[in-house]
Design a protein around this ligand. Structure first.
Ligand code: ZN
Length: 543
């Protein structure tokens, strides 16, 4: 048998196959069960989410030789004929190519005849919004006085282009974009049925890439199978998708948020070399920024379908990045990217539009946000330097917040403990990681630490990339220009390694418990009870 594309082979045959469209399926099943089939139906939704499939399933359910059936049998002549688009009483019309009034008139002329073999005469009009006004008027007349046993099924990606008069004569169903997790599950099930091997991560990427369309996902899956020689691997997807790596976007966001104009231009030049389309880059950047804001505000453990594409490492990077940037700047950049996307038109000028927006963004002063005047009586020493008598009350908020710390706090901390404590103030998440490190050497010239690779962040911290990020953070926070070096604790055979802050906390906690137990045991009351009853202590519980 010739090879059949998966999108065709696994086209939905019945309502239960329409994944992600449960509400619509249920309403249609009920209509058939109750014998209240509407004579006009509109399926609305973006491309590739099952409008035509829904129309055919509904047509089969109505005209099934064993029906009307809430679920078509898919075995009888009618079901097969509808699936193969050769049923005498089911006519599929492409609104885009048959959009004139004469076509609709010709269609109307066929209406008077009773169906040849089934219960209903069914007209499926795809892309119905393409019909001309006069064609719509002709259609409207038919919908106003529908002949017996005629059903119109209209499908459209642009509901707003259909006259209200037509919409009001029909029952409209809104098909939703299918969630990435539902698509992924569908791909998984299909591959199991096809007995093909696959990497689950690859399926996650395909599902995300399909942005809501099962058909697009299956087409991509077909290509991935072909490239992977019969199995679905992440490796082959890299060849297939022009999409850039997540680390690229994180790098770009970092440059933008920290207003490094030269880095932005360099990255744009790289993009130009790759031949990618700048409008998609900008919308992808905006979506990464959106992820960043979500992670910052809702935390790393937030489960959100749209974050599924990100690895844990990506999430941590974005989270750390966001925590160094005030919220208002994140929002400003988001609006800037939106404005940039609007100005792009897919021409070669897009590169320059993008560059210009990046430059303007990086070079502009922080937004001047109206700040409430500070009442003199409440002035704290921290605010004094800003409260100049004739100074305008418009003070850049960020500068106001950071200034005192920059003046006093960039001094290199005297001890490793202070170093961690002050890092935690600025970057709680990074500071938490430092608590797992044992300090071997600590000075302005060199910070040498050891970490257990099996600790929570140990594996990550041992990577060179992570260490570079730490070095950058220390430079930002304390102007630390020395060497930051991390060693694997388990490989340090020699002298005992000093404990990390976390070890210390754990030890102190244990000591405290022990001390409390002893205190309880030695307490006069406890001793009195023991001697009176001649017992011994078996267990001490704390509350
Ligand atoms: Zn049937």
């Amino acid at each position: 048998m010739a090879y059949q594309p998966l999108a065709r082979k696994y086209r939905p045959e019945q309502f239960s196959d329409l994944i992600g469209q449960e509400a619509v399926s249920q309403a249609l099943v009920n209509a058939i069960r109750l014998g209240r089939e509407p004579c006009g139906i509109i399926f609305s939704g973006v491309r590739g989410i099952g409008k035509t499939s829904s129309a055919r399933v509904f047509a089969k359910a109505l005209n099934c030789d064993n029906g009307p059936n809430p679920e078509p049998c898919n075995h009888c002549y009618s079901c097969k004929a509808i699936a193969g688009t050769y049923h005498e009483d089911v006519i599929e019309i492409d609104g885009a190519s048959n959009n004139g009034v004469s076509e609709i008139r010709a269609l109307q002329e066929t209406l008077g005849y009773t169906p040849q073999r089934s219960r209903f005469k069914i007209y499926i009009i795809d892309e119905v919004h393409m019909l001309s006004n006069s064609a719509f008027n002709a259609l409207l007349k038919t919908l106003e006085e529908p002949p017996q046993s005629v059903v119109f099924i209209l499908a459209t990606t642009e509901l707003h282009k259909i006259p209200k008069t037509v919409i009001s004569r029909c029952q409209t169903f809104y098909l939703k974009k299918v969630s990435a997790s539902a698509i992924q599950k569908r791909l998984h099930d299909i591959l199991v049925k096809e007995n093909l091997s696959f990497e689950e991560d690859a399926l996650a990427i395909i599902a995300q890439e399909a942005s809501g369309s099962v058909r697009d996902a299956l087409t991509l899956l077909d290509q991935a199978i072909a490239l992977g020689g019969g199995s679905v691997k992440q490796e082959s997807l890299k060849l297939l998708l022009t999409s850039l790596s997540s680390s690229f976007f994180i790098q770009f966001l970092d440059a933008l948020l920290n207003k490094r104009a030269a880095d932005c231009l360099k990255l744009i030049a790289e993009l130009n070399q790759e031949g990618v389309e700048f409008d998609t880059v900008v919308s992808d950047l905006a979506s990464y920024l959106r992820h960043t804001m979500i992670l910052k505000n809702l935390g790393l453990n937030i489960s959100d379908d749209s974050l599924a594409k990100l690895t844990n490492e990506d999430k941590v990077h974005l989270y750390e990045l966001a925590n160094k940037i005030p919220d208002h700047r994140l929002h400003d950049l988001f609006h800037q990217l939106m404005a940039c996307a609007k100005e792009m038109d897919g021409s070669w000028l897009d590169r320059f539009v993008f560059e210009n927006y990046c430059l303007e963004w990086c070079l502009k002063q922080e937004n001047l946000v109206q700040q409430k005047p500070i009442p003199h009586t409440l002035s704290t020493p921290q605010q004094v330097p800003l409260a100049r008598p004739s100074a305008p009350t418009n003070v850049p908020v960020e500068a106001a917040q950071k200034a005192p710390q920059q003046v006093h706090e960039r001094k290199f901390p005297a001890t490793w403990e202070e170093f961690i404590a002050r890092t935690k103030q600025q970057s709680p998440f990074q500071g938490r990681k430092l608590e797992e490190l044992s300090s071997l050497e600590y000075s302005e010239k060199k910070i040498l630490v050891a970490v257990d690779p099996k600790s929570f962040f140990g594996g990550e911290i041992l990577k060179v990339d992570a260490q570079k990020r730490f070095a950058q953070l220390f430079l930002d926070l304390f102007e630390f220009k020395g060497v930051f070096e991390v060693r694997d604790k388990t490989l340090l055979a020699a002298s005992p390694v000093p404990e990390s802050l976390l070890d210390e906390k754990a030890r102190k906690d244990a000591e405290l418990r022990k001390k409390m137990e002893q205190d309880i045991h030695q307490h006069p009351t406890t001793q009195a009870v023991l001697s009176a009853f001649g017992g011994r202590i078996e267990k001490t519980e704390h509350h």
